[in-house]
Design a protein around this ligand. Structure first.
Ligand code: SAM
Ligand code: SF4
Length: 331
């Protein structure tokens, strides 16, 4: 039986956070000291994660994305990818990563059954990249992107959180990158989420800014067919470009009407919406496939129609439903 909610949305996509830990500290995601780490014994084991994926697959989930924190900092991740790829019904395995460890892992991930990666890259300037990520080395991510292309983890998508006064003047450089390389560059509106949510008034910039900048450069964006797994992104071609552009507007144009996602946090909570406080522990149902399936059905049944971040005004209000930060939910 498929996972269909009260509003007719079919859920076939599970995002699995494998860790809350990270080797970076991006300013929009965490504070300078990172997040309070969850002790190892409170993190789901790979066997437990596989159990949840198997139950979800039995209910029609076909796509799984590994995320975090930074998924590649968890030991033996290849083991989880490889075992997930053998679960009947799972047709697509992808990962969101900051790319720092991809030079080492891109090839082995592909071999283990991963199809694609999304890589976060918010600046092409080494100093600004270091400032945004609080210490990251741009060269490592660029090498990671190269390794992903070489390993055929395609289409390689690059996520850019656009922040007013931080990286918005780099839009022309990112557009130039999409002209030159076979990458799908996705600009994401800054979301007021977790402890970093208070920066909304300072950082928020609607993505119409990207379209206006492209038009000013004589590169008007034209609507394109979305690449595999584009989800809520609107896709565009860039005249003469090898790459494409995606715009993800969680705030100025919310996309809840077509949401097909469920999330599993590293500690084992199922969430039906990134921006919703309710979460349900899988632990009492582990070891019992029928109970896990019933829990998945319940979470989908209770899914709200839309998140409360649907306008800039709503998002600016203190919103207790979004206090679990992105790195602790799995962005
Ligand atoms: N560490 C991996 C990475 O950076 O891609 C995966 C986890 S990260 C939480 C997943 C995505 O969430 C990234 O693309 C990141 O840019 C995005 N993200 C985190 N905080 C955000 C915020 N406040 N607004 C918009 N996007 C955010
Ligand atoms: Fe780490 Fe990703 Fe959050 Fe940056 S966005 S701090 S890389 S989890």
């Amino acid at each position: 039986m498929a996972l269909i909610d009260r509003y007719g949305r079919k859920h076939d996509y599970l995002r699995v956070s494998v860790t809350d830990r990270c080797n970076l500290r991006c300013i929009y995601c965490m504070g300078p000291d990172g997040v309070k780490q969850i002790p190892h014994d409170q993190i789901l084991t790979y066997e437990e994660i596989l159990e949840v994926i198997t139950a979800a697959a039995a209910l029609g989930v076909t796509r799984v994305r590994f995320t975090g924190g930074e998924p590649l900092v968890r030991q033996e991740l290849l083991h989880l990818v490889e075992k997930s790829s053998r679960i009947p019904g799972i047709a697509e395995l992808t990962m969101s990563t900051n790319g720092i460890l991809l030079p080492k892992f891109a090839g082995p991930l592909k071999k283990a059954g991963l199809q694609r990666v999304n890589i976060s890259l918010d600046s092409l300037k080494p100093d600004l990249y270091r400032k945004i990520t609080r210490g990251g080395d741009l060269n490592l991510v660029l090498a990671g992107i190269g390794a992903a292309l070489e390993a055929d983890l395609k289409p390689v998508k690059v996520n850019i959180v656009l922040m007013k006064g931080i990286n918005h003047l780099e839009v022309p450089d990112f557009l130039a990158l999409a002209l030159e390389k076979e990458l799908h560059l996705r600009f994401i509106e800054y979301m007021p989420i977790g402890a970093q949510g208070s920066k909304l008034q300072e950082y928020y910039l609607p993505l119409s800014y990207v379209q206006e900048t492209a038009a000013r450069m004589g590169l008007p964006l034209t609507p394109a067919e979305s690449p595999a797994g584009a989800g809520p992104a609107e896709s565009f071609n860039l005249p003469g470009g090898k790459g494409t552009i995606g715009l993800i507007h969680p705030i100025s144009r919310h996309f809840c009407g077509t949401c097909n996602r469920l999330r599993l946090t590293a500690e084992g909570f199922l969430k039906c919406c990134l921006y919703w406080q309710q979460e349900y522990s899988v632990r009492p149902a582990l070891g019992d496939a029928a109970a896990l399936q019933e829990l998945l059905r319940k979470v989908v049944r209770l899914k709200p129609e839309k998140h409360l971040m649907s306008t800039v005004e709503d998002a600016g209000a203190v919103n207790p439903r979004a206090m679990r930060g992105m790195s602790r939910t799995g962005g």
